[in-house]
Design a protein around this ligand. Structure first.
Ligand code: KIV
Ligand code: NA
Length: 267
């Protein structure tokens, strides 16, 4: 099937069609995701935790991200590939340009950066250089030491308004996609309805335009207690009832049909 581009995601949004996203870090799983028609692949800095065994995403480098992006890109012709710029690799405009160059030349088609209104100059500069950005808001794991843990964001009226204002600022600056992590479902719906750009959710309810999960989580491969928003598509809570390929297919269909996430996975 035809490659998914930013234009495809915009078309999905306009048509009210949901799209799937999974994290991926290597060629073998990228090939299986392609066979399952997964729409977008995130080469996430979560690789620091699930691949490298770090206790946060902070130790991940641009070289790590470029390496895994290249591995994924070799096996992929269908999904749009989005790659995280890791911690402190976009602290200045020069850093953002150099980091984006590395991951885009490795095969990414979009970069993802964490923050809010503080990212406005970076979003504009990258857009000027042909790099679309996905802005990750809500629970932003690179700021775990400021947030004081991995917790739901935007719960109070004040925090919700601040998140809405951040979304407005980054959309006005030219952000191509928003990604909301651990945001109350009502607030995520408001954001999805208010802005024209595609909105991807994780722990943000069923109403965002796209959904993402970390691949290891949705296969039940965890070394710690999974977050509330995680669903194991491999076993469905039973003993290994389907193949990995089947789990990717079930996830894709569940997102498209709005069967995932349910209230049990939302805040
Ligand atoms: O790195 C990652 O996997 C992510 C997702 C959890 C959105 O940023
Ligand atoms: Na990430």
């Amino acid at each position: 099937t035809a490659p998914i581009t930013l234009a495809t995601l915009n078309k999905y949004k306009a048509a009210g069609e949901k799209f799937s996203c999974l994290t991926c870090y290597d060629a073998s799983f990228a090939a299986m995701m392609q066979a399952a028609d997964i729409d977008t692949i995130l080469v996430g800095d979560s690789l620091g935790m699930v691949v490298q065994g770090q206790s946060s995403t902070l130790p991940v480098t641009v070289a790590d991200m470029a390496y895994h992006t290249a591995n994924v890109a070799r096996a992929n012709t269908h999904a749009l590939i989005m790659t995280d710029l890791p911690f402190m690799s976009y602290a200045t405009l020069d850093d953002a340009i150099a980091s984006s160059r590395a991951v885009m030349q490795a095969g990414a088609q979009m970069v993802k950066i964490e923050g809010g209104r503080n990212l406005v100059p970076i979003i504009k500069t990258l857009a000027d250089h042909g790099v679309p950005t996905c802005v990750h808001l809500g629970l932003t794991p690179q700021s775990v030491n400021v947030l004081g843990g991995y917790k739901v964001q935007g719960r109070t009226d004040e925090a919700a308004q601040k998140l809405l204002d951040d979304c407005q600022a980054v959309v006005d600056a030219g952000a191509a996609v928003l990604l909301l992590e651990c945001v109350p479902a009502d607030l995520a719906r408001t954001i999805t309805e208010r802005f024209a750009v595609p909105v991807i959710g994780i722990g943000a309810g069923v109403d965002t335009d796209g959904q993402v999960l970390v691949m290891h989580d949705m296969l039940g491969v965890y070394t710690r207690k999974p977050a509330k928003f995680v669903k194991d598509f491999l076993t469905d809570g039973n003993n290994h009832s389907r193949s990995i390929q089947g789990a990717f297919e079930l996830y894709h269909q569940s997102v498209k049909n709005k069967n995932f996430p349910t209230d049990a996975h939302s805040f």
